[in-house]
Design a protein around this ligand. Sequence first.
Ligand code: SF4
Length: 313
Amino acid sequence: MSPENSINVILAAPNGFCAGVVRAVEIVERALQKYGAPIYVRHEIVHNEYVVDDLRRQGAIFVDELDEVPCGSRVIFSAHGVSKEVQKDAKKRGLFVLDATCPLVTRVHHQVEKLSEEGREIIMIGHLGHPEVEGTMGQIKTLIHLVQNESDAENVMIQNPEKVSYVTQTTLSVDDTSAIVNVLRQRFPHLEGMTKTDICYATTNRQQAVKVIAQEVDLVIVIGSQRSSNSLRLLECAQKLNINAYLINASQDICATWLMGCSSVGVTAGASTPNALVLQVLARLKELGAGSVRTLQVKEEKATFSLPKELQF
Ligand code: SF4
């Protein structure tokens, strides 16, 4: 393909790692440096196979449940957070815990505890089975109503509509969540919640950026895992704008035929996708005929989260 008719690439910014993921990965790496292998990690530290495989090579052992961790070992809780039961279980087993829960998830945990102490009924907007939802709903013993979509919002049964609040998973679609909250507000005029939901800054910014680039391209490529909630939401954002969009793990998943007839391609990456994978995708697009890459910076991000004290060295 000649330079005059090569494909333009627009890279959405921000894309890739958020402050919570940077912190979680650094906690595992520093724990390995300080204490040596093995370090156990409950659940994938973040939902990305490449990150997990890299840490595994360095000596991390990933487990689904704490009964797989030998007594007295060091265990890290993933960025998604854990329930109170899991915390208690770790104590009972004599495990030395390092908590990589994203501080923005911890903030939702504290909110749930506070609402419960105030005697309020709580609705959680989120996806059934996601570890963050399990962790947040497991902060209190009393029932939290899980609402996954507008239909659930139409049907959720609340005992005291005068005292009902909602919290949300941090990685949801901003638009879908706002539609769900609207339905809940119509049914429960006294509903209380965060002004803008608990969806985090990184999820919000990446969705905003992919919507902007989607207006200018023929195809959007989202780099991220099928298990990554925020990557899936980026895919949906592009698809809702009637753009051809694909979610890929890495550069080798790109099919040359996707580019046929395209004059421009947009690229973005979920909050758990390492920058190395983004660079590999850009290189692959070049091999397939892409020309210049333009970064479209929609939002600046400056957030950083501090590490646990024992790992600050
Ligand atoms: Fe924290 Fe948001 Fe990143 Fe999740 S996506 S780890 S909530 S900053």
